[in-house]
Ligand binder design. Structure first.
Ligand SMILES: Nc1nc2c([nH]c(=O)n2[C@H]2C[C@H](O)[C@@H](COP(=O)(O)OP(=O)(O)OP(=O)(O)O)O2)c(=O)[nH]1
Length: 152
């Protein structure tokens, strides 16, 4: 069977990772995941990531680096993860679709939510990017009056 890629975003802002609680389907509802979704035919994973984040969270984001690895989901799906960041001027994320709660988690809080089992190894890998993306927890880029805490 041909694998189909589900892209997950390790959306990082101010040294925190965004976790999203699924509202459907019933067997996944209440568990936490990386926002994202299925890559459509003819679409790049990065484009799918940007599209899904816009649809699900109402944000304008850009993909960063691929988080090494791939994690099997219900066949034929396989999870690939990219870091992502909010572009300046983006709205703060809202649970518009597929989710009923969002949380920005510091590294110390990362295991405070019940992630989907299949996401745990991906989140472990994404954690390594948290410090890297934002240095000491402030934005790597200078943002004028931006105090580095970002939305949320
Ligand atoms: N987005 C996302 N989906 C995940 C993760 N872990 C995991 O098992 N999944 C599963 C849930 C779904 O069965 C599938 C992704 O489907 P989705 O419902 O998010 O994708 P989509 O927005 O493209 O959905 P649709 O067009 O089929 O309605 O992968 C994860 O971290 N992020």
């Amino acid at each position: 069977m041909t694998q189909r890629i589900v892209v997950g975003a390790a959306l990082i802002d101010g040294g925190r990772l965004l976790a999203a609680r699924r509202s459907a389907p019933a067997e996944l509802a209440g568990r936490w995941e990386l926002p994202g979704g299925k890559v459509e035919a003819g679409e790049s994973p990065e484009a799918a990531l940007v599209r899904e984040l816009r649809e699900e969270l109402g944000v304008t984001a850009e993909p960063g680096e691929r988080v090494a690895g791939q994690w099997p989901l219900r066949p034929p799906f396989v999870l690939h993860v990219w870091t992502a960041r909010l572009l300046p001027g983006s709205a703060a994320p809202l649970p518009l679709e597929d989710h009923d709660d969002l949380r920005w988690l510091t590294p110390a809080q990362i295991w405070d939510v019940p992630w989907l089992d299949q996401d745990v190894p991906a989140v472990e890998r994404a954690l390594a990017h948290l410090g890297r993306a934002t240095g000491d927890g402030r934005r790597a880029t200078s943002g004028g009056t931006d105090d580095g805490t970002g939305p949320g």
